[in-house]
Write a protein that binds this ligand. Structure first.
Ligand code: FES
Length: 346
């Protein structure tokens, strides 16, 4: 048995099965409602039922008091429908709609797809959920008050651990620890704490414009998150992905990108290498990644660009794309942290 749910403010609708929660159904159908714990404890998902009836599962009275409930207050993470519904709910439109929190996590796995890149998988406590927008980042809270920022590389709607891509900068306080080149090394099961989600680099879903992604090095991480989220939400836009590195090994998930180019309609992948050595036998595009984009797209007036990587690349792309290729300034999105992470935060 399924019911129709209508959001009062936007008029958007989704269907919900009797045994599903309203939150589960909304997220699955591409409507992003805010949430925290997903188990009735935090109150982040609270809204109102204006018309119709729901049955509440177990929840804490601090998240929804009996008086709130009588007034129509509803925790969408533990409410099941008993009829068609008209609801009042805050939709997540941008980064400011998600609460920033401090969250503990456990290192689930550390793998090295290339000599100087580590992929870290982080497991959250069983009752903890972490909402973010594809493309955003988190900051590790380290001893002595230090922080290190890394983009999240998996899609928010994917179940499972959080994924981060970390490039080794020899001598760096945190990355030496991750790569085990210090006395102590990060290992599986270690506990870390982070704060997030942060950052304003996320997919603008209200646009249908073709997209150019420009990544340098581990600046690929937030782009991976966005592409995977687009696949999950079945968002179809024309995509050109340019990924630049010094040597071919810097394109450390080349196979994944080649697979996307085969499987996703209207998706092109262009790796660009600036300092290939003869033994690399590189036969693809060469030079600086942002220049490769400009030579392929002399007119970007109808595009959106998302750029991540070292500041020198991001700044050059921001300036040159608008002054030479007619990209409207408001259609260029980048997070300076990612680039800072590549060069300075370590
Ligand atoms: S998400 Fe925490 S109460 Fe619903």
């Amino acid at each position: 048995m399924s019911y129709q749910v209508t959001l009062k403010a936007s008029g958007k609708q989704f269907t919900v099965q009797k045994d599903e929660t309203l939150l589960e159904a909304a997220l699955q159908q591409g409507i992003t409602l805010p949430y925290g714990c997903k188990n009735g404890a935090c109150g982040s998902c609270k809204g109102k039922v204006l018309d119709g009836q729901v049955e509440h599962g177990q929840h804490s009275a601090s998240a929804l008091s009996p008086a709130d409930e009588t007034a129509g207050g509803t925790l969408f993470c533990c409410a099941h429908p008993k009829s068609d519904l008209l609801i009042e709910a805050r939709e997540v439109q941008g980064a400011g709609d998600i609460a920033i929190r401090k969250v503990p996590c456990r290192v689930n796995a550390i793998t090295k797809p290339s000599a100087d890149v580590a992929i870290l998988k982080l497991q959250l406590p069983a009752a903890e959920r972490f909402q973010f927008l594809a493309g955003q980042y988190l900051e590790f809270l380290l001893k002595d008050g230090q922080r290190r920022a890394y983009s999240i590389a998996n899609a928010p709607d994917q179940e499972g651990p959080l994924e981060l891509h970390i490039r080794h900068l020899p001598g760096g306080f945190f990355t030496d620890f991750v790569f085990g080149t210090k006395d102590t090394a990060l290992k599986e099961k270690d506990i870390l704490r982070f704060e997030g989600p942060l950052g304003s680099l996320f997919l603008r879903e209200d646009s249908k414009k073709p997209i150019i992604f420009v990544a340098a090095g581990t600046g690929f991480a937030p782009i991976k998150s966005i592409v995977e989220q687009m696949q999950l939400k079945k968002i179809h836009r024309s995509i050109h992905l340019y990924w630049g590195g010094r040597r071919p090994s810097d394109i450390y998930l080349d196979e994944l990108c080649q697979l996307w180019a085969k499987e996703i309609p209207d998706f092109k992948f262009i790796p660009v290498i600036s300092d290939a050595l003869p033994e690399d036998r590189w036969t693809g595009r060469t030079g600086f990644v942002h220049q490769a984009v400009m030579s392929d797209h002399p007119d970007m007036s109808l595009y959106q660009v998302y750029a991540c990587g070292a500041p020198i690349m991001v700044n050059a792309a921001r300036k040159d794309f608008s002054s030479h290729c007619h990209l409207p300034e408001e259609e260029f999105f980048a997070d300076s942290f990612t680039s800072a992470a590549d060069l300075a935060t370590n």
